[in-house]
Design a protein around this ligand. Structure first.
Ligand SMILES: Cc1cc2nc3c(=O)[nH]c(=O)nc-3n(C[C@H](O)[C@H](O)[C@H](O)COP(=O)(O)OP(=O)(O)OC[C@H]3O[C@@H](n4cnc5c(N)ncnc54)[C@H](O)[C@@H]3O)c2cc1C
Length: 295
């Protein structure tokens, strides 16, 4: 029978500073828990192995969504339900709201947090592609220092990030987009309920002031590589052009050619490549028609 030798502690501090202090003392000996929807599933059979727990549930400042100096700051403990319902998120970052609404079930959305989705770093994490598409940065804090890193530098492999044992992800920072920014979110999975994504696409297009010329584009995909990725070639092909000049089929083909997904139980490599092309075309069509109705 397993015999515990290390004493088990449970901490639920009310302030970020207290949490950082506890982390600096315990490092790898403590497990951070947010909503627990990933962690408790992963640890169900191994709960006895966790020495101590640091529960973030009482830290109110990590549950806030606020606008500060042209940026949206989202606390790491904001739940998917909050993201789905927030009027500010719906207004400025609609596809992040839509992606949150597509996660699991109401129970999972009520408990699961944006911070947990990010730090868990599953290639199938639904918020990751939209966050990259909106140019998100993550604030990482330890007792010693804080740093802000772009989303694309944070993820280094499936379930692997640059986060150190003494660091907390505290905030997600998104620059407020111009009002001529359009987005499309598409999630393909095998079942209607509790879908784990086979492939996700987040396309964000910013138009110039004339609302005819494309200024910037971000095309991000999930579940097609070990980390969420941006297809940068699309930006080069689209920037400076009018929507009517675009060859949607060619752009879809670029997405298909640039990804190298794996075979797994949720879909084969060929299936994912084919789907990636088609959803890129659908996303372009959606943004094309939304742009035409812009007043
Ligand atoms: C039935 C079911 C359906 C699901 N469906 C989906 C789905 O459709 N799409 C999807 O993307 N996900 C889905 N998930 C996965 C999960 O719900 C999400 O990834 C959720 O966002 C995780 O957040 P959490 O707060 O529960 O994280 P937790 O489980 O508490 O933590 C996850 C990991 O992040 C670490 N962590 C959490 N917060 C921080 C922080 N602030 N700083 C540092 N480390 C931190 C924890 O230590 C842990 O390693 C599903 C899960 C279940 C059980």
């Amino acid at each position: 029978m397993h015999q515990r030798t290390v004493p088990c502690h449970y901490f639920a501090p009310q302030k970020t500073e207290e949490a950082l202090e506890i982390l600096s003392r315990y490092g790898e000996e403590i497990k951070i828990i947010a909503g627990g929807t990933d962690l408790l599933v992963q640890y169900y059979d191994r709960l006895y192995e966790v020495g101590s727990w640091l529960d973030l549930k009482n830290i109110k400042e990590l549950k806030e969504i606020k606008i500060h100096q042209n940026q949206m700051e989202i606390g790491a403990m904001v739940t998917h339900t909050q993201l789905e319902k927030s009027e500010d998120i719906k207004k400025y970052f609609p596809i992040l709201s839509q992606a949150a609404a597509d996660i699991g079930s109401p129970q999972i959305r009520n408990r699961g947090t944006i911070g947990g989705n990010i730090v868990n770093a599953s290639p199938a994490g639904d918020l990751l592609a939209p966050l990259m598409a909106y140019d998100a940065q993550f604030k990482l804090q330890s007792n010693q220092r804080e740093m802000i890193v772009p989303a694309e530098e944070f993820f280094v492999g499936p379930k692997k990030t640059i986060l150190k044992p003494d660091q907390l992800l505290t905030r997600i920072i998104l620059p407020l987009p111009s009002e001529r920014t359009y987005g499309s979110w598409i999630k393909i999975g095998k079942r209607k309920a509790l879908i784990i994504a086979t492939i996700t696409l987040a396309l964000v297009v910013e138009m110039a002031e004339d609302n005819k010329t494309i200024k910037d584009v971000r095309t991000c995909l999930g579940s097609v590589a070990p980390t969420p990725i941006e297809i940068k070639e699309i930006r080069k092909k689209m920037a400076g052009k009018n929507f009517s000049q675009l060859d949607f089929n060619q752009l879809g083909q670029i997405v298909e050619d640039k990804i190298s997904p794996i075979d797994d139980i949720r879909g084969t490599r060929e299936y994912r490549k084919d789907v990636a092309k088609n959803i890129m075309i659908n996303a372009l069509e959606e943004i094309g028609s939304a742009r035409r109705s812009y007043k």
